[in-house]
Structures are given as C-alpha cells and as structure tokens.
Design a protein around this ligand. Structure first.
Ligand SMILES: NC(=O)c1ccc[n+]([C@@H]2O[C@H](COP(=O)([O-])OP(=O)(O)OC[C@H]3O[C@@H](n4cnc5c(N)ncnc54)[C@H](O)[C@@H]3O)[C@@H](O)[C@H]2O)c1
Length: 289
C-alpha cells in the first residue's frame, strides 16, 4: 500500500485532505515511509500459517478472524459443523475450517500435519477449545469432568505435541494458550474449570522454557469475563451484572479485544515475550475491597 493511502486510512474525509497537505509539505515523510515501511499499514501476520482450536465460535472465532485480517492463513479446528461453515464464509478464504475433536489425539495429529503440509508450514498455534460446565464439585458427573479435562487440558497437550515439530521445522513460532482470570480467585461452582486453567498457566510456563531454545514463544491470554456461547451457558444476567460492577474499568471485553491481544503476542512485535500470561480484565483481579 502506498504510504499516502496508509496515512489517510485512519482519518475521515476532512482529515484526508489535511494529511494530503501535510505530505505535500513534507516530502521527506513519504521518503522515510518508503525506506522504512513505518507509515504503511503492514499486515502483522503476513505469510504466517496459524491453527486455532475451538476456532469456530466465541473467542476462538474472534482470534481466527483477527489473524486472517492481519494476513495469516488460519485453520480453524472445531467440532461444530455449522459454526465451521459459517466461520469459513466469514473468513472469505483466509480461514480453513477443519472438523477435528481435540480430545482425539490421532485426529489432532492428522489435522495439524495436514494443514501444515498443505499450507507449507506452521507458525502459530492457539490452544483455545474448552468445554464449560459449572456445578458444585460433589454434583459433577464423572463423564463431565473427563470431558472438561479432555477438551481443555489434554486437547492442549495433543495440539501442542502435534504442532511443535512443525514450529521447530520453521525455525520458531508462537503458541498461545487460553488461560483465564479464573485462576486468580475462586468462582462459585467452577472448581474443575479453574483447576484446568491453573494447569494451563503452569503448562505455559513449562513450555515457554522448554521450547524457547527452538525460537518458539509460548504465552497465555487470561481474559476476564467475555460474552460467548460458552460463558453464557454458565453465567446468568445477575452474574454478568456483578462481574461488570466489580470490574474497575466497568466494562466487559469483547471477543475482538482478545483477538487483538492474540495478534500482538503472536506477531514479531512480541519477539522477546515468552512465558507471560496477559490479563485482559479491566483490573478485575487486582481490585481490592
Ligand atoms: N468467555 C469467557 O468469559 C472466557 C474468560 C476467560 C477465558 N476464556 C477462555 O477462552 C477460551 C474460549 O472460550 P469461549 O468463551 O469462546 O468458549 P465457547 O464455549 O464459546 O467456544 C469454545 C469453542 O470450542 C469448541 N470446542 C468444544 N469442544 C471441542 C473439541 N472437543 N474439539 C474442538 N473444538 C471444541 C466449541 O465448539 C466452540 O466453538 C477457553 O479456553 C476459555 O477457557 C473464556
């Protein structure tokens, strides 16, 4: 894109002509922009290939679309066929919908190998898939607990195992795990969910050190409450109101904000960031009484 076009991309009509006048007055700005590419709207993930598990709905979908907007080719692994088809349409060719249950290790290996081979390599993995269920621990059915662990924890292990050789072959890459502010306090009826997220934090630290010598940066995103199909299945209206009220910034993040943070951590802008868990919570977790 021409520097002039990039300069005006953030402005309304009147600003556009103002920017044009400025550029005419300062041709050295345009020369600088041409030399350094700083004023061009560079796609931050151009040429990157990414996989997002659970990427057909909720936060995963927002991350996948944000990656696609930044130039990445993105495989979306999910179990929901209709959501996958819809995500494929929304991604306008940049999203590759793949039906894959992350609890099935062999299927995850096949899907990751298949996408990486087809796309010509893999640069980014986002471990996002989750199965939400809140209940007092004594009431949790055994198969529900297994399902939550299989999707949220073991699914993260399988996808990371599958992706690592491809990231190493590429000379480095980025793994993002979805943690949660739920690790920072007790949430009513969420013992299994918060335990899984605590494990995801530990896994992130562990893998960040283990994979760093290969140039692979492993980080986590820890959103506060975000309205998604999954969270709405466990949080009622009163729950949303109290969460908003207790958040110092008095706002609940949109899935797109998590997507924006994921783009940053996955991009070369964050090339020295590894082993962090980035909270996106409006200061909820540090608010005192
Ligand atoms: N929504 C929140 O408030 C919130 C807050 C903090 C962290 N998170 C984390 O963000 C991530 C996404 O959460 P969400 O709210 O978007 O969840 P969601 O339930 O709305 O979406 C989860 C997606 O995962 C898919 N999925 C479920 N089982 C799968 C499987 N076996 N294989 C492949 N895909 C599967 C679902 O089909 C769905 O598309 C989770 O890791 C969650 O813990 C969410």
């Amino acid at each position: 894109m021409e520097p002039q076009a990039a300069l005006t991309a953030h402005a309304d009509g009147s600003e556009e002509s103002r920017a044009g006048r400025k550029n005419a007055a300062y041709p050295e700005i345009r020369a600088f922009a041409r030399r350094h590419g700083r004023l061009t709207a560079m796609a931050r993930l151009e040429g990157k290939n990414a996989i997002v598990t659970g990427g057909a709905g909720g936060i995963g979908r927002a991350i996948a679309l944000a990656f696609a907007r930044e130039g990445a080719k993105v495989a979306v692994l999910d179990v929901k066929e209709e959501l996958l088809a819809e995500a494929g349409r929304a991604g306008e060719g940049a999203l590759v919908p793949m039906r894959c249950d992350v609890t099935d290790r062999a299927a995850v290996l096949d899907a990751v190998d298949g996408f990486a081979d087809e796309a010509g390599g893999l640069d980014i993995l986002v471990n996002n898939a989750v199965y939400f269920h809140y209940a007092p621990l004594v009431d949790m059915a055994e198969d529900t607990v297994h399902r939550m662990l299989d999707v949220g924890l073991k699914g993260t292990f399988w996808a990371t195992q599958a992706a690592t050789p491809h990231l190493i072959a590429r000379g480095g890459g980025s793994v993002l795990n979805l943690s949660s502010v739920a690790v920072s306090f007790s949430i009513k009826n969420a013992a299994v969910y918060t335990s899984i997220k605590g494990a995801i934090d530990a896994f992130t630290r562990q893998q960040a050190v283990e994979l760093a010598p290969h140039g692979i940066r492993v980080n986590a995103l820890a959103p506060g409450p975000v309205s998604t199909p999954g969270s709405n299945s466990v949080i009622d209206e009163a729950g949303w109101a109290s969460r908003r009220a207790r958040t110092p910034l008095q706002r609940i993040a949109d899935p797109e904000e998590i997507g924006a943070a994921a783009v940053y951590l996955a991009s070369d802008d964050a090339r020295t960031i590894a082993g962090v868990t980035l909270k996106i919570d409006g200061a909820l977790t540090i608010a005192g009484p």
